[in-house]
Design a protein around this ligand. Structure first.
Ligand SMILES: Nc1ncnc2c1ncn2[C@@H]1O[C@H](COP(=O)(O)OP(=O)(O)OP(=O)(O)O)[C@@H](O)[C@H]1O
Ligand SMILES: O=c1[nH]c(=O)c2[nH+]cn([C@@H]3O[C@H](COP(=O)(O)O)[C@@H](O)[C@H]3O)c2[nH]1
Ligand SMILES: NC(=O)CC[C@H](N)C(=O)O
Ligand SMILES: [Mg+2]
Length: 519
């Protein structure tokens, strides 16, 4: 994790769905931030020595005995603080104000009226104006702690924004981090720049320097193996780590037999063509496919694949005389979906192979320099590192590969069928000039057979589903609205050219409620 950076912001996470957006907004304001769950916030606070604190929202209530609280070390630190929603409620609850369950909550769009000036509103909002914000609360602050004054109110929240100028503590009932609070990003910027006094000079170039120093410190002169998949994240991680430790790094590409058409050859030639980083290409397809026989449960597939990746990495490490560290291109969304924080309300959605799918027993220590970033930020870092567009612009591809796009049992034959359909789909997308407009697109082979008629004969074959989404970070996604001509052309090609598929459907589910992958 990050070194001490006294020009950073610590975001204390109480389990809100949108905490990660706070981090984004802070980075957009040119300030580095890290999120720590409330249960480990104190440790993060001492390690980071931040310049200011932001307290997130939460599904919990301060009126419940078990409602999470701001650790005393942080509360008494004298640092500037910004409480958002639950963050505001717990500040009042802990500092001597009062919070009660409201008769009715405020959910969605609301308007606040500005009653007084405050540092958060500098250059932005004037007294007497009304502004749109986004609310999502049932409880509300009914009396302020000593030293606080109200500066804005809404119909349902008389203390919509409050300030304690002497202590530089501010709090709001609404969510400034979401886009439905149109001026929210500017409020957060005022907090980190004006109230915390940060220069706003944090950039990806800065991140690159900090991470390189950290990697050197973590690794020393030990050897590192990096799992390279050909995806954006691991390519960026490998180039960054190589910049830090040079030939102490060996990359390992594992072909698990679950890759797309031609991908293994492409990854290896692309990478070897661009970089002088030693790359080992392991064909482990038999090992993976044998182990997947009879496995149908999505989490069981993921756990098996996660563990087998590690077995292969350890074998390869032995062959090069041992490695103490395993580097991976793990990102924040991989972590948040896989982990349910102890004592916290966020739940495991699926075990990403590189986080929740890792075996308990690990001989190598992890090096994960991208663990706090989102995909679009990794792309920015990739550009900063000079990675060619063919790497930076690639659609994400999950480590477990086609295994999680074949619900039910996976075998070589089904993988071959899916590979062909997927290749046609992607070719059509490229031909239509849509590749860059789409965040991720892929075909899924369903364990469902339906009846068809081809050449006057009866067919009884599998259904193929097509998925394409737009997104910025993979945390939420919308379906890509292809026109009917594109879809029917692609469906016809797949049915005509791929033996084993006689019906094609298009997936119209956004995330949430769906996830991007089907398993
Ligand atoms: N086939 C593979 N061989 C070696 N390592 C892999 C492989 N697939 C995944 N990994 C490791 O797991 C990490 C997470 O995979 P993930 O798919 O999230 O990232 P990526 O493949 O690098 O990028 P992208 O999300 O763009 O596909 C990778 O960064 C890489 O370290
Ligand atoms: O490396 C990975 N290992 C995994 O186990 C994994 N599961 C999902 N994904 C990718 O993550 C993004 C979000 O996917 P979901 O909406 O399906 O969770 C999408 O881009 C998915 O392709 C994975 N990547
Ligand atoms: N979004 C929030 O932080 C909500 C806080 C608290 N659960 C409430 O309903 O008031
Ligand atoms: Mg990948």
């Amino acid at each position: 994790m990050s070194t001490q950076t006294s020009d950073s912001i610590l975001i204390v996470d109480f389990g809100s769905q949108v905490t990660q957006l706070i981090a984004r907004r802070v980075r957009e304001a040119g300030v580095y931030s890290e999120i720590a769950p409330f249960s480990t916030a104190e440790e993060a606070f001492h390690r980071m020595q931040p310049a200011g604190i932001i307290l997130s929202g939460s599904p919990a209530s301060v009126l419940d005995a078990a409602g999470p609280a701001v650790p005393a070390a942080i509360l008494d630190s004298g640092l500037p603080m910004l409480g958002i929603c639950y963050g505001q409620q717990t500040l009042m609850h802990q500092l001597g104000g009062e919070v009660l369950a409201g008769d009715s909550g405020e959910f969605g769009r609301a308007f606040i009226e500005i009653n007084a000036d405050c540092a958060l509103f500098d250059g932005l909002w004037q007294v007497g104006e009304k502004h749109q914000v986004w609310m999502s609360h049932g409880d509300k602050v009914t009396s302020l702690a000593p030293g606080f004054r109200p500066v804005a109110a809404s119909a349902g929240a008389p203390f919509a924004v409050i300030a304690n100028d002497a202590k530089r503590i501010y709090a709001m009932q609404f969510h400034p981090e979401v886009v439905h609070t149109p001026d929210g990003a500017k409020l957060l910027k005022n907090f980190v720049r004006h109230v915390c006094g940060l220069a706003g000079d944090w950039t990806m170039a800065e991140f690159r320097k900090t991470k390189i120093a950290e990697i050197r410190q973590q690794v020393g002169d030990a050897r590192v193996i990096c799992g390279l998949s050909g995806g954006v994240d691991s390519a960026v991680a490998a180039v960054l780590i190589h910049e830090a430790i040079g030939d102490q790094l060996t990359c390992v590409f594992v072909d698990h037999g679950l890759m797309r058409m031609g991908e293994a050859e492409q990854v290896v030639s692309l990478f070897r063509g661009h970089y002088h980083i030693p790359l080992v290409h392991v064909d482990a397809s038999t090992l993976f496919l044998k182990g997947l026989e009879g496995v149908t449960d999505p989490e069981a597939k993921r756990k098996f694949i996660g563990k087998t990746f590690i077995d292969v990495f350890e074998d390869e490490a032995k062959k090069i005389g041992g490695a103490d560290f395993l580097a991976q291109g793990t990102l924040y969304p991989d972590v948040i979906e896989s982990v349910s924080f102890t004592g916290g309300p966020s739940v495991t959605i699926k075990s990403h192979h590189n986080v929740g799918g890792l075996p308990d027993r690990m001989n190598m220590k992890l090096v994960e320099p991208l663990r706090e970033l989102f995909k679009d930020e990794v792309r920015e870092l990739g550009r900063e590192l000079g990675l060619p567009d063919v790497f930076v612009g690639r659609h994400p591809f999950p480590g477990p590969g086609l295994a999680i796009r074949i619900p039910g049992e996976v075998n070589r034959e089904r993988c071959d069928i899916l590979r062909k359909a997927d290749a046609i789909y992607l070719e059509e997308i490229r031909n239509a000039g849509l590749y860059d407009a789409i965040w991720q697109a892929f075909a899924v082979l369903l364990p469902v057979k339906t009846v068809g008629v081809m050449g006057d004969g009866r067919t009884y074959d599998s259904v193929c589903a097509l998925r394409a989404v737009t997104s910025t970070d993979g945390m939420t996604a919308d379906i890509y609205p292809f026109d009917a001509t594109f879809l029917s052309r692609t469906a016809t090609r797949i049915i005509n050219e791929v033996k084993g598929i006689n019906r094609v459907v298009y997936d119209y589910t956004s995330k949430p409620p769906g996830t991007i992958e089907w398993e």
